[in-house]
Ligand binder design. Structure first.
Ligand SMILES: C[S@@+](CC[C@H](N)C(=O)[O-])C[C@H]1O[C@@H](n2cnc3c(N)ncnc32)[C@H](O)[C@@H]1O
Length: 507
C-alpha cells in the first residue's frame, strides 16, 4: 500500500476527510473481487479512487467490461487509470441510474450526508428510483449501497466494505428491511480489530456479500485478522453463524450477530423509559465563547449573574457523587465551569463581550444563527443524574447533588414522578456491572472501543424493574450509597451488584 500511503501523506488532511479517501486493504479487496467478478460480464466500482477493485477485476476476468466512478479529479490524476477502464469523473449518486451490472464492488465514502451540498437532489433521486425516502441524517455509504442494489443485475453479485454502525442504528432500518424482504444478504464478515483495516482511519468495518439467489439464512463471520478471509469458502458449506431470515428483525440491533455476542437472558427487565427520561445536555454552539473560568470572567469584568454553574468536560468530574464542594474546588482551580446565560444586556462589559462575538462572526455559526437572540442559551434544568454520552469501558453515571448544569458531555437523566423517591436506588443500580452490561446491548459502537449512546439508546435500553426491590434490600442499597458518597471504593459496587443480581437472575 506504498502508493496509497504516499498519496495520503502529500494530500491535504481536510481533502481526504471531505471525500472519504480511505483505501481498502489489498487482501480484503482481492477477496471481494474474487467472489463478485467470478462470472461477470460487466463490473462497476462506484468509488474508484486508486482503482484497486478494477485492477484486480481485470486480473480475475480478462473479458469483462469495467466501469468506475470517481468524483475527485485530483485522486484520478495521482493514480491514473491503471486498469484502462471506463472511468467517469463524476458523482456516482447523480449518474447512470438505469445501468445494470453483474458485479458491483465498492468501498464508499463514510461521510455524514449532512455535509453534502446537493443533498436534496440526491434524496429526490433515491426516492424516485428505489421508493425509499431517506432523511438528511443518514450516511453517504447507505445511499451508495441503495443505488448499487438498484443497479445490480438479476444474476449479479455485490461486495461492499462498510462500517457496521447502520446495523445498530435507526437510519439503517429501511435498508435492513429491504435486505431481509428481498433475501439479498448472503453473508456479513465483521472484522473485530477495527484499527487494522484502514491504515489511517479507525472505524468499525465489515464486508457484505449480496446476491439474488434464493436463500434461507445469512452467515455472520467475525474475524480477528484479514488473513482469516482465506479460510472462508463462500461457495462451500458455510461455517459462519447462520441466522434464518425469519429470525432477523430490521428494527432490532444486529450487534449480537455481527460480533457474535451472546445475549444473556435476565429476569424482571423493563424499558429504562418506564423509570426515567434521558435528554442531551446543553449545546452552546461555541464552547470557547460561552464557557469561561472564574479568572476570565473577572478579567472581562463580566457580571456573575450572567453565568450558570455548568460542567463543560466529563473529565472534570472524578467521583461518582458530585457535590457543591466539588464544584467550588473546580471553580477555585480556575476550571472552565461557568456558562454564559444572558438574561438582558444592561451591563456595559457584557454588551461589549457580545459585540466582540459578533465581530468574530460567532453569531453566523449554525446553531447560533437559529437562536433569538443568538447569544441566548438553551434553558435546561440541572439533572439529578448524569451519564457520559461516550465512554470506553465503564459507563460513567454521576449523581449530581450540586444542582449544576452540564453541556452535552453528559446526558441528563430525570426520574419519572412515581419513582422520585427511588432516585438513589436507581442511581446505585446504574453503577453496577450488571446494569451496564444490559444497557450496553443498546449501544452504537464506534471504532476503537468507544461506546456512544444517544439519549434514545438509553431510553430504549432495558433495566431492572425497580418496583420489585424489597424494603429490606432498599435499606442495604441506601447504606451502600452513603459509603459511595464518601469514597470511590470498588468493593461497594460489588456489593450493590450482588443485591441487584438476585432480582436479575431470578429463575
Ligand atoms: C473509501 S475511498 C475508496 C477508494 C478505493 N476504491 C479503495 O477501495 O481503496 C472512496 C472514494 O470515493 C470517492 N468519492 C467520494 N464521493 C463520491 C461520489 N459522490 N461519487 C463518486 N466517487 C466519490 C472519493 O474521492 C474516494 O476516492
Amino acid at each position: 500500500m506504498e502508493k496509497e500511503m504516499e498519496y495520503t501523506k502529500q494530500a491535504d488532511a481536510g481533502h481526504i476527510k471531505e471525500f472519504g479517501q480511505y483505501f481498502t486493504n489489498y487482501d480484503a479487496a482481492r477477496f471481494m473481487v474474487k467472489w463478485a467478478c467470478e462470472s461477470a460480464d460487466t463490473v462497476l466500482d462506484p468509488a474508484a479512487g486508486n482503482s484497486i477493485f478494477l485492477t484486480y477485476a481485470r486480473e480475475e476476468n480478462e473479458k469483462c467490461r469495467l466501469t468506475g466512478y470517481e468524483i475527485d479529479k485530483s485522486i484520478l490524476d495521482y493514480f491514473g487509470n491503471p486498469a484502462g477502464v471506463h472511468l467517469i469523473n463524476d458523482d456516482y449518486l447523480m449518474q447512470g441510474w438505469t445501468d445494470k451490472y453483474d458485479a458491483i464492488i465498492c468501498n464508499p465514502p463514510y461521510n455524514r450526508f449532512q455535509a453534502v451540498g446537493n443533498r436534496e437532489q440526491i434524496l429526490q433521486m433515491i426516492e424516485k428510483y428505489t421508493g425509499i425516502k431517506y432523511s438528511g441524517y443518514t450516511n453517504l455509504y447507505i445511499l451508495f449501497l441503495l443505488k448499487s442494489l438498484y443497479q445490480l443485475s438479476d444474476t449479479g453479485r455485490l461486495a461492499y466494505i462498510i462500517p457496521t454502525e447502520f446495523f445498530n442504528s435507526k437510519y439503517g432500518i429501511p435498508i435492513k428491511e429491504k435486505l431481509i424482504r428481498e433475501r439479498l444478504l448472503k453473508c456479513i464478515i465483521n472484522f473485530k480489530n477495527d484499527q487494522n483495516i484502514f491504515f489511517h482511519a479507525t472505524t468499525t468495518c465489515c464486508i457484505m456479500l449480496i446476491d439474488r439467489t434464493p436463500k434461507e439464512y445469512v452467515s455472520f463471520y467475525n474475524l480477528d485478522k484479514i488473513s482469516e478471509l482465506e479460510n472462508i469458502d463462500v461457495h462451500g458449506q458455510e461455517k459462519g453463524m447462520a441466522i434464518k431470515y425469519a429470525d432477523l428483525d430490521p428494527e432490532e440491533k444486529w450487534r449480537i450477530y455481527i460480533s457474535h455476542e451472546r445475549k444473556k437472558e435476565y429476569s424482571n427487565l423493563k424499558q429504562v423509559s418506564g423509570f426515567c427520561s434521558v435528554s442531551r445536555g446543553i449545546a452552546t454552539g461555541d464552547n470557547h465563547f460561552f464557557c469561561l473560568s472564574k479568572t476570565r470572567i473577572k478579567e472581562l469584568s463580566l457580571p456573575e449573574e450572567a453565568f450558570s454553574k455548568c460542567i463543560c468536560k466529563s473529565a472534570d468530574v472524578k467521583r461518582r457523587v458530585f457535590r457543591y464542594s466539588d464544584f467550588c474546588r473546580l471553580a477555585n482551580e480556575d476550571k472552565v465551569v461557568y456558562l454564559l446565560d444572558v438574561k438582558g444586556l444592561d451591563d456595559k462589559a457584557l454588551s461589549e463581550y457580545i459585540n466582540e462575538g459578533e465581530e468574530r462572526k460567532i453569531h453566523k455559526k449554525y446553531l447560533l444563527s437559529h437562536r433569538h437572540p443568538w447569544y441566548s442559551m438553551e434553558q435546561k434544568p440541572a439533572a439529578p443524574i448524569w451519564v457520559s454520552s461516550a465512554c470506553r469501558g465503564r459507563i460513567k453515571f454521576i449523581r449530581n447533588l450540586a444542582g449544576v448544569k452540564s453541556l452535552t458531555t453528559f446526558h441528563s437523566i430525570f426520574i419519572n414522578r412515581e419513582y422520585e423517591n427511588d432516585i438513589d436506588i436507581i442511581f446505585c443500580y446504574f453503577l453496577t456491572p450488571l446494569a451496564q452490561e444490559i444497557i450496553r446491548q443498546n449501544r452504537k459502537k464506534l471504532g476503537n472501543g468507544l461506546d456512544k449512546f444517544q439519549p434514545n439508546d438509553l431510553m430504549t435500553a432495558q433495566m431492572l424493574d425497580i418496583s420489585l426491590i424489597s424494603e429490606e434490600d432498599k435499606k442495604d442499597i441506601l447504606d451502600l450509597y452513603e459509603s459511595i458518597k464518601e469514597d470511590n471504593d470498588e468493593k461497594n459496587i460489588g456489593l450493590l451488584n450482588d443485591i441487584f443480581k438476585k432480582y436479575l437472575c431470578e429463575k
